[in-house]
Design a protein around this ligand. Sequence first.
Ligand code: ZN
Length: 133
Amino acid sequence: MADCIFCKLSTGELPTNKVYEDDKVFAFLDKHPINPGHILVIPKSHVAGFYNLENEDYTSLMLAVKKLAARVNEKLHPKKVGLIIAGWDVPHTHIHIVPMLDYHDITSKSLLDGKRANPADEELLEIATILTD
Ligand code: ZN
């Protein structure tokens, strides 16, 4: 897509710190890392919402994520390697691989603010029913 910054990074139109590339996937360092080694992994196809990817593209993306997460773990030795898929900023599917040094490195504002929901069992059951085929 012409105006998408992630498409421009994956085609080389804009410079970035590439850490991985294959025919379907591109990965580069986040310019604003939570911790050093924070990677963004994207499909080369411009799709907003990972759940909208073609199965083959999704599989390629997740296999690359697994490979890169193992690489981060092996080479940077964080306490944990976390994943975030949020997509608030750029409407091109991207998965954050975050080397975690602390439990709160990828926790939510709601958690940090102590504002997590505390639904009743019935509410949980209702949502589970909605989400179950
Ligand atoms: Zn794009």
